[in-house]
Design a protein around this ligand. Structure first.
Ligand SMILES: [Zn+2]
Ligand SMILES: [Zn+2]
Length: 525
């Protein structure tokens, strides 16, 4: 991520780092100078949190990100009213995952300005048909009555897995590595998000309402992906099983089974602005030409993926401790990368081999139409430019820690909580501000120097500049800034605790606001 790439190294001072972790402030902040444009003066030097979601990189930032996701999950799971703007199209809904809203069986991401192609929407015969039911215009689950007359509105927790690529040991490694289908495992991982997107579309058609979900993409011990999802409302196990069995995704990319170029690679032709064969200079087919072929009547998809038979679903009612624990579980592993299902410090040699072997596969397969790896298959990538090198695509799918999954780890539907993640973040900060204000205390001026502060002419009042201070260049200044932040943070936590305590004392006993208040938001975020 962009925030990850510009962060400073982890604070080298052990003691300082431990204190920061305990108090909950970022252990590898980026230092910024804030200049007042009116006076030209330096008004503050502030540390910005790195914002990592990985515990190994920064535990405080990762914990904060995980709590935010838990808020988001909780806010939507048992919602009883529809978010205000219900989409008009009941069948299809685009979510904030990087899904493709195209035709159900046609999501190749090809250029929409290209000549209009149509692909058959006929379902593949090897998959059972989808039961189709009338669609109701709602996103919430139904109320059900128990035999004793109690009415409740349950929601579901669903786990979807990928199929087997070969028998595995208990530690997740293949019993016969030579026979294990690493290529399929890698392709399934690269295209997994599209398969689960297709699943939600199908489930909506079969559930009769606009099912909403909060799904986390997680690794299994065999290093394949699966997804845990909180789903609003319930469907029967039978319907779920039918939908899982009927769901598949076809990847309409050019074929990429056998690499053409391994050692000798295509070269960039300046005049043609395209890649050519290194020996005879013949132009490689462009991305557009190669995808045109996938529209020919007898064309086959480059890859076809489907779910494994293992499905799990359980029902949950709002407000129970079981429900709350499940939300914790759902978000727990978001602070670890996919590859970290094997502890980097403790994995066995066998696990290391399995991990490396799978990584070798995802490294060289194309992750997107723009991926340099297409050159291996004698195809010019989409939007090609000079200097493209197979095996060196910078996109996250190829990274060891992601093992093919280049997108978001949390995929939520648009009408889940009715709020964006940023709005959930603002909510957390607002609770703290309200608590302080109600207790007559001054909230910290987090936005004092914000970019939207303007001067008399409407121009931005402050500018934020890189300070060029990191542990490598100026450890002492870095330490001073961190210590100051620690002290501020402690004072601020103390004030907040005092405010909460005085409010709790002044409040009627059935008011539970203080019990749900989050940790104070970090000053400056
Ligand atoms: Zn951090
Ligand atoms: Zn790539």
């Amino acid at each position: 991520m962009s925030t990850e790439s510009r962060v400073s190294p982890v604070v080298p001072d052990e003691l300082l780092r431990h204190t920061a972790e305990r108090v909950g402030i970022c252990v590898r902040p980026v230092i910024r100078r804030i200049i007042d444009n009116e006076t030209g003066e330096l008004v503050a030097t502030v540390p910005l949190p790195c914002g990592s979601t990985r515990e190994r990189a920064c535990r405080p930032c990762a914990t904060k990100a995980r709590r935010l996701r838990m808020d988001q999950c909780r806010a939507g799971w048992h919602r009883t009213d529809d978010p205000a703007d219900l989409d008009d199209d009941p069948a299809d809904q685009t979510d904030d995952s990087d899904s493709d809203p195209a035709d159900p069986d046609d999501s190749d991401g090809s250029d929409t300005s290209a000549p209009v192609h149509r692909r058959s929407t006929r379902r593949l015969p090897q998959f059972p048909p989808l039961p189709v039911v009338p669609m109701e215009h709602r996103t919430v689950g139904r109320e059900l009555a128990s035999p004793n007359g109690k009415v409740y509105r349950p929601s579901m927790f669903v786990t979807l897995t990928l199929p087997s690529y070969g028998p595995v040991h208990k530690d997740g490694t293949p019993k016969d590595p030579a026979a294990y289908d690493y290529r399929r495992a890698a392709l399934d991982a690269i295209h997994f998000a599209k398969l689960i997107d297709r699943f939600w579309q199908n489930l909506r058609r079969c559930a009769g309402y606009k099912v909403q979900y909060f799904a986390a993409v997680e690794p299994q011990r065999r290093l394949t992906l699966h997804t845990h999802a909180a789903v609003r409302g319930v469907v029967t196990r039978d319907v779920l099983r039918q939908v899982v069995a009927a769901t598949y995704h076809q990847v309409w990319w050019p074929q990429h089974d056998e690499p053409v170029y391994l050692d000798r690679l295509p070269t960039w032709d300046e005049r043609a602005e395209a890649y050519v064969d290194p020996d005879d200079g013949a132009l490689l087919p462009s991305w557009e030409q190669a995808t045109d072929k996938t529209y020919e009547p007898d064309a086959e998809p480059a890859h076809l993926l489907w779910f494994g038979e293992q499905i799990d679903s359980q029902w949950f009612i709002p407000g129970s401790t079981r429900t709350d624990r499940r939300i914790g579980y759902l978000c727990k592993y978001l602070t670890k990368s996919i590859a970290e299902v094997y502890d980097p410090d403790e994995m066995s040699p066998r696990q290391r081999r399995h991990l490396r072997r799978l990584h070798a596969e995802v490294r060289w397969l194309p992750c997107s139409p723009e991926c340099p790896n297409w050159l291996r298959y004698a195809i010019t990538p989409k939007d090609a430019e000079p200097g493209m090198q197979p095996g060196h695509c910078p996109r996250p799918a190829h990274a060891l820690e992601n093992l093919g999954h280049g997108g978001q780890r949390v995929l939520t539907s648009r009408d889940w909580s009715g709020k964006t993640l940023t709005e959930h973040k603002a909510d957390r900060a607002a609770i703290v501000r309200v608590a302080l204000a109600e207790a007559g205390m001054e909230p910290p001026a987090t936005n004092r120097w914000a970019a939207d502060q303007t001067d008399a002419t409407g121009a931005p009042r402050y500018r934020w500049e890189p300070a060029g201070i990191d542990p490598g260049s100026d450890l002492e200044t870095y330490r001073v800034i961190l210590r100051r932040q620690l002290a501020e943070r402690r004072r601020w936590q103390h004030e907040y605790e005092t405010a909460k305590a005085s409010l709790a004392a002044a409040r009627p006993p059935n008011d539970t606001r203080s019990a749900t208040a989050p940790e104070p938001a970090l000053s400056g975020t």
